[in-house]
Design a protein around this ligand. Structure first.
Ligand code: KG4
Ligand code: ZN
Length: 331
């Protein structure tokens, strides 16, 4: 049995979780800073780092308390090493390495994207080969896995991440940050009556692009405002969401068929999107679809604990308590 204490602080969530054998979540404490960054319409990195410092001890103590364990029970400390905001990452890394060093526990750095992928293995069982679509505020990646901890990046966004496009379109429509969940909600109340592009949908690659779609919404709003036309916000949300879902699902199906996978996995903040979930289950009938529940879609430390278990099996732990940064491609 392996009890892992996992730490996540790559963006604006300070989180600590206690996970047994990569599967059983004993506690998953998440302190979100959304309300703080809302005022600025997006995450302000410097403010995020400062709040992580204030929150870190609280989430550490609460996670241990809720799991009813002490530091003596912990076999491994795991922490998000990257990708993410460097200042935010450093707070988690310092807290995790100090805790590990003080209690003489091995330390392991975990890739945030692998964390998102393995979040789907908490409530479900991964079956290989699989194709994973990781969609978040910072990333849009299509990854092929032939086994545990084997990652082949098939495609990724050439510009904006899909969550970022959601948040920016939200801002154009005057919605509070983060726009993603709100656009998703409003889309159900509107009709996709506005004509928007579906970038790269016909291209023979697994790459994505969302900045042109974002600009198309911006131009449309600009012209409508000039002509003093009424902008039907719900319809714009429905139109934007339909474009996004069309592109994501078409590329995902292409990869799933080309690679003849057993399973299709969706993870990351945008995997919470109801439009995307509904369309996937409507269109993919011959493959198993696994999506984490909402609490594991957005950033949380349980997913880092889940990924840490398999990362440890592959790499072992670091012993020198010094971790560096990681780019998105360093799977
Ligand atoms: O994974 P995550 O918590 O943080 C990153 O690693 O980026 O993802 C946050 C992103 C935000 O852009 C947010 O707007 C988006 O996920 N998001 C959604 C939904 N819920 C969260 N986007 C579309 N529909 C949703 N229901
Ligand atoms: Zn994330």
């Amino acid at each position: 049995m392996m009890l892992i204490l996992a730490v996540e602080s790559s963006c604006d969530e300070s989180s600590v979780s206690i996970v047994r054998d990569g599967k059983t979540v004993l506690s998953n404490v998440v302190l979100s800073q959304i309300d703080i960054h809302k005022v600025y319409g997006g995450v302000v990195p410097e403010i995020a780092s400062r709040h992580h410092i204030e929150n870190m001890t609280i989430v550490f103590e609460e996670a241990l308390k809720q799991a009813n364990v002490t530091e003596k029970d912990i076999d491994l400390v795991a922490v998000t090493e990257g990708p993410g905001l460097i200042g935010s990452l450093l707070v988690g890394i310092n807290a995790a390495s100090t805790f590990a060093f003080a209690h003489n526990i091995p330390l392991l750095g975990v890739n945030h994207m692998i964390g998102h992928i393995y979040s789907a293995n908490i409530e479900n069982e991964m079956k290989f080969p699989l194709v994973a679509l990781v969609v978040s505020g910072g990333h849009t990646e299509l990854v092929y896995m032939k086994d545990h901890m084997s990652f082949e990046l098939l495609g990724e966004t050439q510009d904006d991440a899909v969550g970022e496009a959601y948040d920016k379109v939200g801002r154009m429509l005057g919605l509070p940050y983060p726009g993603g969940p709100l656009i998703d909600k409003l889309a159900t109340q509107g009709k996709p009556t506005y004509t928007l592009p579906r970038p790269m949908i016909d291209e023979d690659s697994y790459d994505f692009s969302f900045s042109g779609l974002k600009s198309a919404v911006n131009n449309m709003i600009y012209h409508m405002k000039r002509k003093e036309e009424e902008i039907r916000v719900e319809d714009m949300c429905a139109s934007f969401q339909q474009s996004v879902v069309d592109v994501l699902v078409s590329k995902l199906i292409k990869a799933a068929n080309d690679y003849q996978v057993k399973q299709v996995l969706i993870a990351g903040g945008v995997a919470a999107n109801k439009g995307l979930r509904t369309r996937l289950f409507e269109t993919i009938k011959d493959k198993e679809i696994i999506i984490p529940s909402m609490q594991y879609c957005t950033d949380n430390a349980a997913m880092i604990g889940a990924a840490a278990y398999y990362t440890y099996k592959q790499k072992g732990a670091l012993s020198d308590y010094i971790l560096g940064g990681q780019s998105s491609l360093d799977y």
